[in-house]
Write a protein that binds this ligand. Structure first.
Ligand code: NAD
Length: 318
């Protein structure tokens, strides 16, 4: 029998989700023992099915709003629905997942002295007056709107991480993730890249909210995962928060046109009313990630879209 006990034990909460599944793959490649924890609210076994035979991979159905008692060396806390359709479905549960989830995972880190990384979000900047957003910017967030369960939940989770660090001397890392895309994204979560690709592949009108002049930056998933791994391996005492995202901006209209072109689709753009609290601009300032992690995105939008289109094409064919 082989002995796997010398390998690092890494817990990934939300491990069956889009980012979590890519992180599971990456950490298995690095010979870690991976515990993938998920309640399957938005994640799916399909994302990690190919990993189930790996003796260093373990799947655990659990909800992070409940305490967890296991032994681990590192924790990546990714559990939380990430798209407005999903996080607004049960907003109270969304806040609980961020806040109680953070408390429970920080409690586990405190007990095991594990290093812990939080998947925070650019949404902590809200609808920013500062552009691009550096980590020192405190944000402009509506505390009572329909996006608040997510934005304020994530802000409170960051507070908890820093209080646990100050009060209990935990080794914490906080990543503020900007729009990320790639294979394994949820097909029906209303996120702009997946929406556009699916609509284009089906030849349906491409829904653009507002006039399409609002800008976004899009980071390919492999680049983001590289950022996660580098952040976890960064020197003790480097906590972040650190922005991880692609600073190259595109307007939503440009993205729609690129996707139509790359899929050879006959789809036309259909302009609709902008939803409330939708930020006009979002662009990471990644100077800190460059300096501390030597990290910056490498994948061009066209290359990332090619892989993502291929993934959705095969998903729609099945
Ligand atoms: N993808 C992005 O562009 C992006 C941007 C900013 C932040 N993030 C953050 O990264 C993390 C992962 O996002 P994603 O895009 O992979 O989303 P996702 O919805 O694909 O993954 C989230 C996973 O968490 C699981 N989950 C939800 N609530 C849970 C609970 N209470 N207990 C256990 N598991 C639970 C879901 O089932 C899912 O597998 C999230 O915390 C999200 O807020 C993602």
């Amino acid at each position: 029998m082989r002995n796997y006990t010398t390998h690092k034990r890494v817990l990934i909460t939300g491990g069956a989700g889009f980012l979590g599944a890519h992180l599971c793959e990456r950490l298995l490649e690095e010979q870690c023992n991976v515990i993938c924890l998920d309640n399957f609210f938005t994640g799916t076994k399909d994302n990690i099915l190919h990993l189930l035979d790996n003796p260093r991979f373990e799947l655990m159905r659990h909800d992070v709003t409940f305490p967890l008692y296991i032994e681990v060396d590192e924790i990546y806390n990714l559990a939380c629905p990430a798209s407005p359709i999903h996080y607004q479905y049960d907003p109270v549960q969304t806040t609980k997942t961020s806040v109680h989830g953070a408390i429970n995972m920080l409690g586990l880190a405190k007990r095991t002295r594990a290093k812990i990384m939080q998947a925070s979000t650019s949404e902590v900047y809200g609808d920013p007056e500062v552009h691009p957003q550096p980590e020192e910017y405190w944000g402009r967030v509506n505390p009572i709107g329909i996006r608040s369960c997510y934005d304020e939940g994530k802000r409170c989770a960051e507070t908890l991480f820093f209080d646990y660090q100050r009060q209990h001397d935990l080794n914490i890392k906080v990543a503020r993730i900007f729009n990320t895309y790639g294979p394994k994204m949820h097909p029906n979560d209303g996120r702009v890249v997946s929406n556009f690709i699916i609509q284009a592949l089906r030849g349906e009108p491409i829904t653009v909210y507002g006039d399409g002049s609002q800008s976004r930056s899009f980071c390919y998933v492999d680049d983001l995962i590289e950022g996660f791994v580098r952040l976890m391996a960064s020197v003790d005492g480097f906590t972040g928060p650190v922005n991880l995202g692609n600073p190259i901006e595109f307007t939503i209209k440009e993205l729609a046109e690129t996707v139509i072109g790359m899929t050879n689709s006959k789809s036309k753009i259909d302009y609709k009313l902008l939803p409330s609290d939708d930020p006009r601009q979002r662009q990471p300032d990644i100077r800190l990630a460059k300096k501390e992690l030597g990290w910056e995105p490498k994948t061009q939008l066209q290359d990332g879209l090619k892989h993502t289109i291929k993934y959705f094409d095969s998903l729609l064919c099945n």
